[in-house]
Design a protein around this ligand. Structure first.
Ligand code: NOJ
Length: 558
């Protein structure tokens, strides 16, 4: 049983034409487009903006409300665009501003919102202002836009403090001064090619105000904000008590480098800029932050009513496959975040994480298909939760992680700076398969000889969008059906959640006046928590039963 047919839905008295009357972003489903891996229109093996435009009808069919475009700005691509050299242009690899305008117009025609990815914590070492800073004197205005400081120890050979960079190594690099001698150090919380801005300098706030307006004037619907708990550092840049821990976790543990109170003023200002545009044309803009902070409560501070509209709630994707663990994380999010008046922003996959099919399959017996079954179930769970959801490209195809890319094709700076494959992110960024039996699987207009920027494995054939669309049992159809139901059932999207009593491995909750979602985290079949026929299930679901690693939605009389 996959989904109710159209006439069955009408029997249930549900209008498919239900129109949302509230703020669009509060329960929007946004699709993350990792531009270099979505669709290539030029034949160079790298996706681009014209490719995104060509793929819009596919996304419309899937039923998403909007897209978030990973950074496409001019960049030397040391961290695939998260090292921005010019915030107000398009890298020639991805197109140009005219192509961007065409993409915006096409998205507008289809009713798809467009969010850009803005990177305010750091820029590229190729940014004009950083080059100017390198050429300038210590103590100059040009250096005051970044964190330049004298080193410690004999002749300043030691970095100014003991902070580690997130991608390995110290968070400081030393420059050579105009006289050819080793000189000051500059701070970079990621790679040396990503110098951190000094937000204590008002010029930076003014510059980002200009950048926001540049893109808002071109019609964008909002921004995904990179490292939104960053920007400000402790004013004295003191040593950290436990730099090893800060480095190991990749979480925002260094309390001196992240989550400083002043950052909230930035979000208040950005929110005011968005509202200024809304006041002009009635279109609401969205700010969604990548906020990595230790607790849900701290996270909630970023989504107070005059700050960011949303912040990704990453705890869900870090939660092991276990009913109690999921219940706890969802309850905390609902209590802390929904308590601010915002809605929770759920996410299971993105361009920095091992894809769910692989992640949930890690401890499962090989070939059991459990990873895929759990990933399907988790998706139905996420899409039934109150709030907004983000879907990462390929998630709707059930694409697994490519775990065996050879070392010599890996591009992630994490690999090159740590020498370890532990957190390497290339495996979730391999170009999407669209059609055919062999690489490049319709990813490029350039024909069969084109090599994609990361090699696609042969088994990608099985996951091509063409196949997914033709098979009603595919991940794609499940996502599409779920998104259609979200658009038509008033119980879904924003609203209340109440837990139901259930068997130990089963998580069950009711939305609104009677939409029930239940997930069986175990492997043995459980009894369905309510009588009736499922509206939608992540796998075969006999009446009265909820098989292992399966989720289902029911409309119940409670
Ligand atoms: C978070 C982004 O998602 C990631 O891809 C990037 O490497 C870091 N921020 C640094 O910008």
């Amino acid at each position: 049983m996959q989904a109710l047919r159209r006439h069955d839905r009408q029997v249930l008295g549900v209008s498919l034409q239900h129109v949302r009357t509230h703020h669009w972003w509060r329960d929007a489903v946004i699709y993350q487009v990792y531009v270099r891996s979505f669709l290539d229109s030029t034949g160079d093996g790298i996706g681009d903006l014209a490719g995104v435009r060509a793929g819009l009808p596919y996304l419309k069919k899937l039923g998403v409300d909007g897209i978030w475009l990973s950074p496409f700005f001019p960049s030397p691509q040391h961290d695939h665009g998260y090292d921005v050299a010019d915030y107000c242009d398009v890298d020639p690899v991805f197109g140009d501003l005219a192509e961007f305008d065409l993409l915006m117009a096409a998205a507008r025609r289809l009713g798809i919102k467009v969010l850009l990815d803005i990177v305010p914590n750091h820029c590229s070492s190729e940014h004009a202002w950083f080059r100017e800073a390198l050429a300038a004197e210590p103590g100059s205005e040009a250096r005051a836009r970044f964190h330049f400081a004298e080193g410690r120890g004999v002749d300043g050979e030691e970095p100014p403090n003991n902070w580690h960079a997130m991608f390995g190594g110290p968070a400081w690099s030393r420059v050579t001064e105009a006289d050819g001698r080793p000189g000051q150090w500059y701070l970079h919380m990621f790679t040396p090619e990503q110098p951190d801005w000094n937000w204590r300098n008002p010029e930076i706030a003014a510059e980002f105000d200009r950048v926001l307006r540049f893109w808002l004037d071109r019609g964008v619907d909002g921004f995904r904000i990179d490292v939104a708990a960053g920007l400000y550092k402790h004013p004295e840049l003191p040593d950290s008590d436990d730099p090893e821990a800060d480095y190991r976790t990749r979480d925002a543990i260094n309390q001196l480098a992240w989550n400083q109170p002043e950052v909230h003023d930035v979000w208040r200002h950005w929110r005011a800029v968005c509202e200024e545009y809304t006041a002009r044309d009635g279109r609401e803009r969205l700010l969604v932050g990548e906020v990595s902070v230790p607790t849900a409560r701290e996270h909630a501070e970023y989504v107070r009513s005059d700050e960011l509209h949303q912040a990704f709630f990453f705890d869900l994707l870090r939660t092991p496959w276990d009913a109690d663990a999921f219940r706890k994380v969802v309850s905390e999010a609902m209590a802390d975040i929904a308590g601010t008046g915002s809605t929770v922003t759920w996410v299971l996959n993105n361009h920095d994480q091992v894809r769910t099919v692989t992640r949930y399959g890690e401890a499962a017996p090989e070939g059991s298909g459990l990873g895929a079954a759990r990933a399907r179930a988790a998706a139905l769970l996420m899409l039934a939760l109150p709030g907004a959801a983000y879907v990462y490209q390929g998630e709707e195809l059930g694409l697994p992680e490519v775990v065996d890319l050879p070392d010599d094709v890996l591009t992630d700076p994490i690999f090159h700076r740590t020498g370890s494959r532990m957190h390497v992110r290339d495996g979730c960024r391999v170009p999407l398969p669209w059609s055919g039996q062999a690489s490049p699987f319709g990813f490029t207009t350039g024909g069969d000889g084109v090599r994609t920027w990361l090699p696609q494995p042969e088994w990608f054939a099985e996951y091509a969008t063409e196949r997914a669309l033709a098979d009603t049992r595919s991940f794609w159809h499940m996502y599409r059906d779920a998104l259609q139901l979200r658009g038509s059932l008033p119980q879904l999207g924003e609203g209340t959640l109440r837990w139901l009593d259930s068997e130990p491995d089963v998580l069950a909750f009711v939305r609104g006046d009677g939409l029930v979602c239940a997930v069986n985290f175990g492997t043995a079949p459980a009894t369905a928590p309510v009588p009736g026929t499922p509206l939608l299930a992540s796998g075969p679901c006999p009446a009265g039963e909820l098989p292992g690693a399966t989720a289902a939605w029911w409309l119940a009389d409670l």
